[in-house]
Design a protein. Structure first.
Length: 215
């Protein structure tokens, strides 16, 4: 059972999210929080696996809450950030603070369920509605750090560029005319070679170091 904490300052939103998640046999909403500070407190003592957290909340904003959860909770629950297009300036900061993924509030409910499950498995899920333009706009070049390009094969770099575009393993397999299992293997090897934890961090790495569009 995936024990989940919902954090959003709007009660109707929390109610809707609870309806979606509690309908799943493997997910249980065990706590709710109405602001960022309360989310940190309940994550610290609530023994939760995943926190679904709005990026705009009073007392403590979502990015700061994600960071504090990662620093003060052991073991730290995975965080799925909720966002909307009109606040996408918070998106990249949330991922860098440690969010395992993010979902737009107007996405299909099934995507939120998938994101919670992926986070519980130690993986990440990016809402496909978030475009390359959005990530590019807020990515910060990190010229001083090696990009790891030399550790990746040409095929792995090709897969990475597709991952950075928000494509699923199945979509990448179709584009490259290979099996989906082959794509999964490439992603796992890239994570190991680059010392990254999730697919989300692969996307961040690709945009930070200009590994997109053949650069």
């Amino acid at each position: 059972m995936i024990r989940t904490l919902l954090a959003d300052d709007q009660e109707p939103v929390r109610w809707a999210l609870r309806l979606v998640l509690d309908a799943e046999a493997d997910i249980e909403v065990v706590a709710e929080a109405a602001d960022g500070a309360e989310a940190v407190e309940k994550a610290r003592y609530g023994h939760v696996d995943v926190v679904v957290l709005d990026l705009r909340m009073p007392r403590l904003d979502g990015i700061a809450a994600i960071r504090r959860i990662g620093e003060s909770v052991n073991p730290a629950p995975a965080v799925v950030a909720l966002t909307t297009f009109d606040v996408d300036e918070y998106l990249f900061g949330a991922l860098k603070a440690g969010a395992a993924g993010f979902v737009l509030k107007d996405s299909e409910p099934a995507l939120l369920v998938d994101a919670v499950r992926a986070a519980a498995r130690g993986q990440g899920l990016l809402d496909p509605q978030v475009t390359r333009r959005t990530l590019r706009r807020f990515a910060e070049p990190v010229a001083k750090r090696p990009d790891g390009r030399e550790r990746l094969t040409p095929r792995e770099l090709e897969v990475l560029r597709h991952v950075a575009k928000g494509m699923s393993n199945a979509e990448i397999a179709g584009a490259l005319v290979v099996g989906e299992g082959t794509v999964k293997t490439h992603v796992a090897r890239m994570l190991a070679k680059l010392g990254l934890r999730t697919r989300v961090h692969l996307v961040i790495h690709a945009y930070e170091h200009g590994l997109v569009d053949g650069r």
